[in-house]
Structures are given as structure tokens and as C-alpha cells.
Design a protein around this ligand. Structure first.
Ligand code: ARG
Length: 475
């Protein structure tokens, strides 16, 4: 076997993108810009360095590069980190991407040892590793954000475990619920989002490095060593798959789209609730903007934007699915297009969660308006029907009796609780069916208290759900 160090040392100087010894003419300025990714993938720099250091340590361990080379590489990378930290690092579009920029600078700084770093790897497994390291860290940040928002919602739900509001179906008043119960519905959604992200994380957290360009490498690499150094919980089992598939990124954006969908639904509710004709809540001024022409306006711009930004994350999901679908194995340059949708997804979800956690904690709740709205909608009609059923009437007949009572009350412009016992009895074939205990059933408080089972809207159940969520969200 020839000396691997010789094989690792290219005859040309530093790598410089397209214009290598292979070509007789450079690309045009436009093509250079078109193909370069450094303007956006420099965001991966720290992970690229981390990956390179782990790779170099492994190469030393298996005897492909010397301990002195490793030391030099470590020194050079420290210098590069320092240059980046204070903005001195000279990013160069001619060096195409983050990988070539760092490698070229390393070679400038330390010479031959820098030229040996790329032994036994390719940018194809390098970039896949960088993205996975980056995404793993971002998933952890988003989980923190999801939990913070859940905590905000749980706190408000606790305060409003007994606050009555109308529950809606078809946006028509349906049955009374508690505002706490309504908010806890979002805690359930966000909890599933959290679980989904943690599940995606397992498939993100697999090491592609070692796949090299596509087929693996002739060097005696130790992938487990690299995986352990970088904290990967597994190793991609097929080199072709490792460098080419981005399903982990697609899954992530799918999970992110669901987070945004949930935030968007909540935003939509806030917008409706804040409208003058509903008036269930108000939002602190710091989340609202006025109009350039109508001086009285206070618009819920922040929830509207979160609702709007859901569209771009959905778009990114479709972009990544489309990016992948036509690619033959293994790596294709198409994959360079994975980064901007991913970056923007993370930024959008992170900011939306952070803002929403603050906003949710500070909603100004207007219980009296909620209470009025319940009174307007015959919200306890089902309770009356249930009452009759418990007294022996078949449900479909009870439904009809109550429908007639609602129509009558509606014509008189009053609620069901406004009907006298005698009036109520007049709707039944058997008047003794209704006793004076019906009054309690017709109040919204009685209605919610009666739904006292796991997952129901009774204040006791809301407190139970709040306690369970708090235990889960502690720490
Ligand atoms: N900038 C490239 C990307 O983001 C890195 C991998 C380039 N590999 C290649 N064979 N051209 O995908």
C-alpha cells in the first residue's frame, strides 16, 4: 500500500472551486454566483469545523495522518474560529461554499497539514454531516421554545379554569366550555409537536461521514469514533443513502409546518376574539400596530403575521419534497438547495414561538364578554336534552322537544333559562318529565361542571390537565 499521506496531498495548491486542473476555462461571473452557496451556507461554519476536527482526530487514531498534523489542524481551526468571531474571516464566493472557504483558509494558515484534512471524505458526506449537526442543535432550541409557549398557556389556563366562554362548532355557539379548557387544547397540540420533533431528532442524529463521495473510502476509517466524538446516536448504514437523502430535513419541515399550523389556528382565534364584534380578548399594545389612515385602529399584526408565515413554511415543505423526488442516487447538486428552506423554516418557527410565548402569557381576557356570548347562543340546549334523556325520553325525541323550546325562546328574544317551568313543560308530552332541578342544568356553570370526566371541560378537569402539564413541563 502506498503512503496514504502522499495520496492525500493534492498537487495543486488550495482548492478553489470550479477552476481546478481539470478545466481549461473558468466559469462566468454569473455561473460562479449561481452555483456558489457560501452566502448562505456559511451559517454552518461552526458545525463544519466541529465535523472536520472529529474527522481529523479519527484519521490520526487510525494512523492516516500524524499527531503533528492533527495539532496543526486544531491550531488552524482555532484561528479560523477567532477570525469568524470578530468578523475578520474573508468569505470568498470564488471558493464556492462554506467547506471550501474553511479548507482553503486552513491551508493558507497551516500548509500541508491542512491539505491532508480532506483525506477519506468528500464534501458530499461533509455537508450532510454539517446539516445534521446544525439541525440537531436547532431542534433542541425549538423544543425549548415549544415548552416555553406551553408554560405560558398553562398559566393562563389555570387562571381561567372556571371562566365560561362559548365553545363553537362551525363558528356557531355550540356548548359552554371554560377558557382554560380551550387554551389547554393548544397545550395538547404543542405537546404532540414537541414529541414529533424529538422523534425526528433520532433520524437526524445519524452520522453520514465516512460515506465519502458516494461509495465509501479506501482508508481504514473508524466511523464509530467519529460518531462518538460528534454525539451521533447511530451511523448511516449505506454510503449512497448517507450522501443523498434529505428525508430527515423533509420530516423536520413537516413537523415545523404542523407547529406553524397550530400557531396559525391560535392566531386566527386571537384575531377573531379581538375583533370588536366579539371582544373576548384584547392584546397588549406591543403586539399591535395602527393604521396609516385610520387613527382609531389597533390591528393584531403579530398574530396575522404568524398566520401568514405559516404559508412560507408549508412552501418550504413542498420545495424540499420536490427537490428530492427526481434525484437519482447518489448526491446531486440539487441538494445544495436544501439549505435556504431549512434555515428559513427554523428562523420562522423559532421567532414565532418566542413571540407567541410572550403574547399568550399576556392576553387580556374579558370574561364578561365571553359570558354574554354564551347567554346569546342557547349553549345549554344539549344539557336540556341530556336531562330529558336521563328522565327516560329517547334522545331523538328529547332533541325535538328542545328544538321547539329553543325556537320559542328565540322568538321571544330570551335564553332557555328565561323560560318558566310551565313553559318548558308545555313542550313535553309528559309534563312531569321536567322538575324544578332543570334550572341548574340550564346554567352555563352547571353545563361545564357536569362534563367532569377525563378530557372534559369541567373546571376540576381543567385543573387536572393543568397539573399534569406542569409536571411534564417542570425543569
Ligand atoms: N455546497 C454543496 C452542497 O451544499 C456541498 C457539496 C458539494 N458537492 C459536490 N459534489 N459538488 O450540497
Amino acid at each position: 500500500m502506498s503512503d496514504p499521506k502522499d495520496a492525500a496531498t493534492p498537487s495543486a495548491p488550495a482548492p478553489s472551486g470550479h477552476f481546478s486542473g481539470r478545466f481549461s476555462e473558468p466559469v462566468s461571473e454569473l455561473v460562479r454566483r449561481f452555483t456558489a452557496s457560501v452566502t448562505f451556507d456559511k451559517r454552518l461554519a461552526e458545525y463544519d469545523i466541529e465535523g472536520s476536527l472529529a474527522h481529523a482526530a479519527m484519521l490520526t487514531k487510525v494512523g492516516v495522518i500524524s499527531a503533528d498534523d492533527l495539532k496543526e489542524i486544531g491550531r488552524g481551526m482555532q484561528q479560523i474560529r477567532a477570525e469568524m468571531a470578530d468578523g475578520r474571516f474573508a468569505w470568498d464566493v470564488a471558493r464556492e461554499d462554506v467547506h471550501m472557504n474553511i479548507e482553503a483558509r486552513l491551508i493558507e494558515l497551516i500548509g500541508d497539514a491542512g491539505k491532508r484534512l480532506h483525506t477519506g471524505r468528500s464534501r458530499n458526506d461533509q455537508v450532510a454531516t454539517d446539516i445534521r449537526l446544525w439541525l440537531r442543535a436547532e431542534i433542541d432550541n425549538l423544543v425549548v421554545g415549544l415548552r416555553a409557549l406551553q408554560r405560558s398557556l398553562v398559566d393562563v389556563a389555570d387562571k381561567h379554569a372556571e371562566t365560561i366562554m362559548p365553545g363553537f362548532t362551525h363558528l356557531q355557539v355550540a356548548q359552554p366550555v371554560t377558557f382554560g379548557h380551550h387554551l389547554m387544547a393548544y397545550v395538547e397540540m404543542l405537546h404532540r409537536d414537541e414529541m414529533r420533533l424529538l422523534d425526528v431528532r433520532k433520524r437526524v442524529n445519524q452520522l453520514p461521514l465516512g460515506a465519502a463521495a458516494l461509495a465509501g473510502t479506501t482508508f481504514p476509517i473508524d466511523r464509530q469514533h467519529v460518531a462518538d466524538t460528534l454525539g451521533f446516536e447511530g451511523i448511516c448504514g449505506n454510503s449512497l443513502d448517507a450522501v443523498s437523502d434529505r428525508d430527515f430535513a423533509i420530516e423536520f419541515v413537516g413537523a415545523a409546518a404542523l407547529i406553524m399550523t397550530h400557531l396559525s389556528r391560535f392566531s386566527e382565534e386571537l384575531i377573531i376574539w379581538m375583533s370588536q364584534s366579539v371582544g373576548f380578548v384584547d392584546l397588549p399594545d406591543r403586539f399591535c400596530y395602527s393604521s396609516s389612515i385610520m387613527p382609531q385602529k389597533k390591528n393584531p399584526d403579530v398574530p396575522e403575521l404568524i398566520r401568514g408565515k405559516t404559508g412560507r413554511v408549508n412552501g418550504h415543505l413542498v420545495a424540499l419534497l420536490t427537490l428530492m423526488k427526481g434525484q437519482p442516487l447518489a448526491y446531486n447538486k440539487d441538494n445544495q438547495e436544501d439549505k435556504e428552506p431549512l434555515f428559513d423554516t427554523v428562523d420562522t418557527v423559532r421567532d414565532s414561538l418566542t413571540i407567541m410565548a410572550d403574547l399568550a402569557a399576556n392576553i387580556i381576557v374579558k370574561p364578561e364578554r365571553m359570558r354574554q356570548a354564551v347567554a346569546q347562543g342557547f349553549a345549554t340546549a344539549t344539557d336540556l336534552a341530556d336531562y330529558l334523556v336521563k328522565r327516560g325520553l329517547p334522545f331523538r325525541e328529547a332533541h325535538e322537544v328542545v328544538a321547539r323550546a329553543v325556537r320559542h325562546a328565540s322568538e321571544r328574544g330570551i335564553g332557555l333559562e328565561g323560560l318558566s317551568l310551565a313553559e318548558l313543560r308545555a313542550f313535553c308530552h309528559s309534563p312531569t318529565l321536567i322538575g324544578d332541578d332543570v334550572a341548574a342544568v340550564l346554567t352555563p356553570e352547571g353545563s361545564v361542571a357536569a362534563r367532569n370526566h377525563l378530557g372534559g371541560t369541567a373546571p376540576a378537569q381543567v385543573r387536572h390537565a393543568v397539573a399534569a402539564a406542569r409536571a411534564r413541563l417542570a425543569s
